[in-house]
Design a protein around this ligand. Sequence first.
Ligand code: SF4
Length: 678
Amino acid sequence: MTHTHCPYCSLQCGMVLEGRRALEVQAWPEFPVNEGRLCRKGWTATGLRGHRERLTSPLVRDRDTGELRAVSWDEALDLVADRLSAIRDEHGADAVGVFGGGGLTNEKAYTLGKFARVVLGTSQVDYNGRWCMSSAASAANLAFGLDRGLPFPLADIEHTDVLVLVGSNLAETMPPAARHLDRLHENGGTVVVVDPRRTPTAERADLFVQPVPGTDLALALGVLHLLDAAGAVDEDYVAERTSGFAEVRGSLAAWWPERVERVTGVAAEQLRALCELLASADKVTVLTARGAEQHSTGTDTVLAWINVALALGMCGTPYAGYGCLTGQGNGQGGREHGQKADQLPGYRMIDDPQAREHVARVWGVEPGSLPGKGRSATELLDALGRPDGPRALLVLGSNPVVSAPNAHHVAERLAALDLLVVADVVMSETAARADVVLPVTQWAEETGTMTNLEGRVILREQAVEPPAGVRSDLELLAGLAERLGVRLESDPVAVFAELGRASAGGRADYAGIDHARIRAEHGVFWPCPAPDHPGTPRMFTDRFAHEDGRARFSVVEHRGADEQPDAAYPLHLTTGRVLAQYQSGAQTRRIAELADDGPFVELHPFLADRIGAHDGDPVVVTTRRGQLRAPARVVTTIRPDTLFVPFHWVGANLLTNDALDPTSRMPEFKACAAAVRT
Ligand code: SF4
């Protein structure tokens, strides 16, 4: 019997695995995050064990036939190391890129960043978490001086008075978390959901607000304007714990409810009702998720909602404040340990001389040898095969052919590479394009830590031996590093100890955490700078992380989505998730119990009537970047001017816009102009 955690989303539900061969998932009632509950994905998580599509041998593309053929690990690693060396020698270190994932363990994320900077010497490293919560991370760093998705345990929301969920569908994407909404209701609290679709989460709301996609920022400006006009701003809190409110107050004058209604489609009367709720509550919690964040205005949108929470005096106070519901399994830890283009371990910035010195000392290299800031994920993919871009790419834990915006373009750039190496469990759409495919262990076959959406560092324990022929990502990186003349650690316990030293004194400090402690305590919240430190479930209670201890208000302006509907593309398109699938679907689409769902196009009956479509009919969605043909789902729960497509299959991201947020470099997954026909 092994106590471990689900391989999928950021809740990282605790589960027990029974058996040595055919694993059986059982509940783990004592783990507080899910109290024994799992969603469909969790209950079926062992479905990839022994799956017929499981990769169990390295594959190399034959130059003559173009087919992938099985080779030994030594042959595959020798070939990759030789070709990386040759490309680096001819074109420079930045001609090799590394692309990671928000589902990789902390140990892997840390090692991947070190591999890129120390072994390859490249600045070209980033990961798919850039497409997950990066706007919320940028906003929290600006506002609070530190980004920990939820600066309090998720269960705290049960005790707030008004919970505002902006662009979160947690009842469908992480169902065990929905019990907190029920308990909040039992405690007399109120739930507000802001979403262009009336989702299963919105069905549980006391107030459902349905704005036009891409207008959450304007809605927040209108909310703060009305709160200020009503005298609901907590002036004492603002004076004692924040800076910059006067400038924000001065920027709100134009945001009367009638203007907000024109921009967002939210009735002025409903906006007033929302503000009355917020003004009369003692405790307000605002949580954002991808719906608010995955925009070219994502950082400013989150800042606008943080401004609301700060003005009400909520951040850093009990059972109130602002938080982000991170999506990927290690969306939080994945951004702390150095696989981001601009960061080193400990959530240190790569252009900070002290940070470089500290990390270089741990790594045993000269600070000056560490490369500087590289390209963000979308920009890195766009640069592939170009004269000044990477000519080789190593991909771990990611399937950008499905999950990247404007995916046709991504496929073109991958095809322009001299060398594409992909490590995965199955033949993902990205692996299928690779020159070398390396088969790696999956979650139950290895040990490693994850950091869930609350900043709780948890331990996934190995339950079974991996199949013959596969290696862990850590062994893969160590094997390549050895061939390139550098020794890297591959034991996860030792890697985590090194990660702790590299993070010590940084913004995300893990120095007091080790595997044994996590096992004993069922998780430890960072920052935890010493073994005798209790960890930090609740942050900002006395001071924020800026030097002066104050949170910062930010003046932000409504800009709207990068692409607005016009005569050719008269509708809004938004994308998202469904319960049975996780991310690009590479794992969950292969699990029989989850495979019944498929890509579909959600549209309102008014729109369906106009184009002559019935429920189940194939319809064609087009945008400036591509088209998708999929069955129609005719529902009254979506705005009549909006289409929705889930992104777990090839299709949705052929349509999406890769315009970027100027701060976070988040693409605009959630809003573009589209047309639909039968
Ligand atoms: Fe829990 Fe998320 Fe796994 Fe579902 S997918 S069981 S909500 S961790």
